[in-house]
Ligand binder design. Structure first.
Ligand code: CFM
Length: 539
């Protein structure tokens, strides 16, 4: 069945009022690969329209939940109504593994100032100070992070002043985030605010040099469903030392010492490219984009690290590990591919996975027919090369831009200009770059930014994909239409899906989902004409 994506696009938006129709028509794009290497422009990172049911989350979610939350020994204290805390409590499956039974781990806790009307009227700073002291006396953490929710910005509580005062009084690191939910158009603004905080208040505070030769930080890996554990093991077996992860399975100390690494490898570009950029400017650590989702992508990423360090021993070890892992992957892949070949998927996730996971699906013969980010920016779709021409949007205007200069004592160029030139001349070893989602998708594929619920339903009716990937808010609506929905945020209860071991898990899980006969029995009440019970039984 061949469906013209341009016709589908018109179909999706025709129900909207004129102004919204215009806006959505710029946010829904049919891919093409032009001769000059460019792809069509997409409107992204703009406010969701009122009345649309969006998949997005808020700025506070991006700051507290996504970037800072996974670090286990920074005590997170939310200044706001209790609902904001409850909603963010253990809802993201970021796992952690403390060094021993006595090591600090605050991930299970949920600390809030529990703001009441009275605090909205008379101010909440006093209550916040009491809460910080109480948190300190209960847990004795090395650092406390204070997160602002919407009302904090509306009434003007100064969380930063409170943090400074408490830092002085308690003698530990206390810092605040102005990450009110409304501050940006999505969680993406929260990532940026969190990145700034990491840079201003943590990175570079500890000086514990490691003697090993190949030292990296893994950025944008949050250990969802144990992904980070798989990658830690993989890097270790190759002989690569991981100084810190931002921020899955990390600690305050490792992040504070992360400037001693010699390379930053970036998994999720959207959520943490700011830290990568700032660390390069201040400390001279280059960064490159990697992708450990998919076996081929994992192998390629490992080889790129090997090339960067220009060490034959390291490269040989990497090849050994790849060969060993690939054999295991290929055995499962062959079986699963035979059962999945030709099936179709739709992916609507965050700001990186809707791209990364296309590769995993390709490895088992499943084609991505429509994809989109919730909150990706134009560079996540079109590639970083469009950055110089990008206008500063309303979102970024609300976020502090930090001026970063080389550290007078600690800046150290990790490679000579000649080495960089040589490395950059090698294909695929590009520094400070991300190609984006669209250049890697087939031409004539539909890309939809900030997908709405109406568009979800229409797309499912039109294309009837074999699997739809999104989050918990979409899952059951989709499944009631007889199409399996894989949560690519939480992995449902599965995972890990990263690295070679993760690919095997993913293949098995997807095989089970797309080949399960149960979906053909779904008889939604709105189906017309509705199937009778005896017809369902006879199916
Ligand atoms: Fe990066 Fe993420 Fe994602 Fe993200 Fe997220 Fe997530 Fe995501 Mo959910 S940091 S952009 S804000 S890869 S929580 S681990 S799955 S939307 S695609």
């Amino acid at each position: 069945m061949s469906i013209d994506p341009r016709v589908v696009k018109e179909e999706l938006i025709q129900i909207y009022p004129k102004k919204l129709r215009q806006k959505r028509s710029e946010q829904i794009v049919v891919t093409e690969h032009r001769e000059d290497g460019s792809v069509p422009e997409i409107k992204a990172n703009v406010r969701s329209s009122p009345g649309i049911i969006t998949q997005r989350g808020c700025t506070y979610a991006g700051c507290k939940g996504v970037v800072i939350g996974p670090s286990r020994d920074i005590l997170s204290l939310v200044h706001g109504p209790i609902g904001c805390s409850f909603y963010a409590w253990l809802t993201r499956r970021n796992q952690t593994r403390p060094d021993g039974p006595d090591a600090q781990n605050f991930i299970n806790y949920c600390l809030s100032t529990d703001m009441q009307e009275e605090n909205i009227v008379f101010g909440g700073e006093k209550k916040l100070k009491v809460a910080v002291r109480e948190a300190y006396h209960l847990f004795h953490p090395k650092a406390i992070a204070i997160f602002s929710t919407c009302p904090v910005g509306l009434i003007g509580d100064d969380v930063h002043a409170v943090a400074r005062e408490m830092k002085e009084e308690l003698g530990i690191n206390v810092f605040g985030f102005s990450c009110e939910g409304y501050r940006g158009v999505s969680q993406s603004a929260g990532h940026h605010i969190a990145n700034n905080g990491l840079f201003k208040h943590i990175i570079g505070l500890v000086e514990t040099p490691h003697e090993e030769k190949f030292k990296v930080n893994l950025l944008g890996e949050y250990n969802i469903g144990g992904d980070g554990f798989v990658l830690e093991d993989l890097l270790k077996r190759c002989g690569i030392t991981q100084i810190s992860t931002f921020s899955g399975n990390s600690t305050y100390e490792t992040m504070a010492n992360s400037h001693t690494a010699d390379l930053n490898i970036v998994m999720c570009h959207r959520s943490i490219n700011y830290v990568a950029e700032m660390m390069e400017k201040r400390f001279g650590i280059p960064w490159m984009k990697v992708n450990f989702i998919g076996a081929t992508a994992s192998a390629k990423s490992l080889r790129r690290i090997g090339e960067y360090f220009e060490d034959d021993g390291l490269k040989a070890r990497i090849e050994e590990v790849i060969a060993e892992e690939m054999a295991k992957v290929e055995a499962v892949q062959a079986v699963v591919k035979a059962r999945c070949q030709g099936k179709t998927a739709m992916l609507f996730v965050g700001g990186s996975r809707a791209h990364h996971y296309q590769q995993l699906f390709t490895e088992i013969g499943i084609k991505t027919i429509v994809a989109g980010y919730e909150f990706g920016h134009r560079d996540d779709y079109e590639g970083r090369k469009i950055l110089p021409g990008l206008k500063v949007d309303a979102d970024s205007k609300n976020i502090e831009e930090i001026t970063v200069v080389p550290d007078p004592e600690r800046y150290r160029a990790r490679r000579t200009p000649e080495q960089f030139a040589r490395l950059e001349a090698m294909t695929e070893l590009e520094f400070r770059d991300y190609v984006g989602m669209m250049p890697e998708m087939d031409a004539d594929t539909l890309v939809v930014d900030d997908l709405s619920h109406h568009e979800t339903e229409r797309l499912l009716e039109i294309y009837r994909p074999d699997i739809f990937c999104a989050g918990i808010k979409e899952k059951y609506g989709v499944q009631k239409m007889g199409i399996p929905c894989k949560q690519l945020h939480s992995y449902d209860y599965g995972g890990p899906y990263a690295g070679f071991r993760g690919a095997i898990n993913f293949f098995k899980d997807i095989d089970r989902m797309v080949n399960m006969k149960i979906w053909s029995y779904v008889n939604p009440p709105w189906a017309s004409p509705a199937k009778q019970p005896e017809e369902v039984a006879a199916d």
